[in-house]
Design a protein around this ligand. Sequence first.
Ligand SMILES: *Cc1c(COP(=O)(O)O)cnc(C)c1O
Length: 429
Amino acid sequence: MNYQKSIDLFEKAKNFIPGGVNSPVRAFRAVGGNPLFITRADGPYMYDEDGNEYIELINSWGPMILGHNHPEVREAVIKAMEKGSSFGAPTAKEVEIAELITEMVPSVEKVRMVNSGTEATMSAIRVARGYTGRDKFIKFEGNYHGHGDSFLIAAGSGAITMGNPDSPGVTKGTAQDTLLAPYNDLEFVEHLVEANQGEVAAIILEPVAGNMGCVLPKPGFLEGLRKLCDKEGIVLIFDEVMTGFRLSQGGAQQAFGVIPDMCTLGKIIGGGMPVGAYGGKKEIMEYVSPEGPVYQAGTLSGNPIAMAAGLTMLKQLWDDNSIYSSLEATGNAIVSGIRDSLKSLGLSYTMNHIGSMYSLFFTHEPVVDFKSAQTCDTALFGKYFQAMLRKGIYLAPSQFESLFLSTALKQEHVDRILEANEAALRELV
Ligand SMILES: *Cc1c(COP(=O)(O)O)cnc(C)c1O
């Protein structure tokens, strides 16, 4: 394949943009090679500047669950655009999407729209602190909650692959209110809460982690956190920016039957536009300004173009629940195909999988937390990534990401993915 236009663009980009990209993992540093500059995407395919075609397994890091350039979403955006792109005043669509979200997501009784997942988690923590009158919160090693200062402590993919989990620019004062626990270690969390009795405002986590690769909660982990939070008056926050509308219509909370006090949403919720949201119990959300004292605002929040895209996306997912069983079937087909190839090649790498999320980890250990994720051979992953790319399959450019499938993947694409995967693995042994 010829990548010359991407190579030239990246050279130029580095003069004007830090690292040549507007979000770090895009730079391919964890896998080597040159990032591809994309011109367009459609259904299961993405096309780069040199005209190469790829089958997509990240889908813009999650949002494009119905595949790229979905006709209904595109039409809704064009129609909204014709009426003006921003008003800075309330619109009917904001009421409609808020009502729909409360119907879809079990924990959400009231919801506030923002512009990114980062904004959603920052705001949710502020509200939890305002509501409880406490300062500290607990997060888990390897969970990513956006790039808000207080979250950049052992913060998952981007931070791991760049090699500086604690970012300069985050003050000690900020960091000291963030308490860290290993994912899936309930006992550790219980001790942490005990040692900080009456000081913990919130526990925030990815109910299925996707930012250290796909890592599932152990049976009882989510339930145990729920119980602990009830007992201690701690606000339980599920960061469902990744899992929301992906693992089911109501996200991981519905799939696992554990309902948090608050949750954060992003990615799919915007249908490809920059949207996030946070919501939860009425009595907590009533603390948000102007109803309550906790300030949070946004010039472009609830933007009419973004709401048109998001609302159309969510309606598709709400109207047709069979989307999730079909995504699950695609996920099962790909994952069992990869497992077969591993077996026939005598390889015992770890696969984690749920619904339309999965990761192939280049380690022989079970991956259940940040520490076990760190046992992966990232150089080997880099080779696998490049081999897949040469065969026209676009994976997330880091070992520590989950892949996200879309409904645009049909049998022929699954076949091509599995063929490429087997050939790529063969190159590694
Ligand atoms: C992507 C992500 C975020 C951050 O969302 P942005 O829109 O990139 O700011 C937060 N939490 C989780 C779990 C995510 O996957």
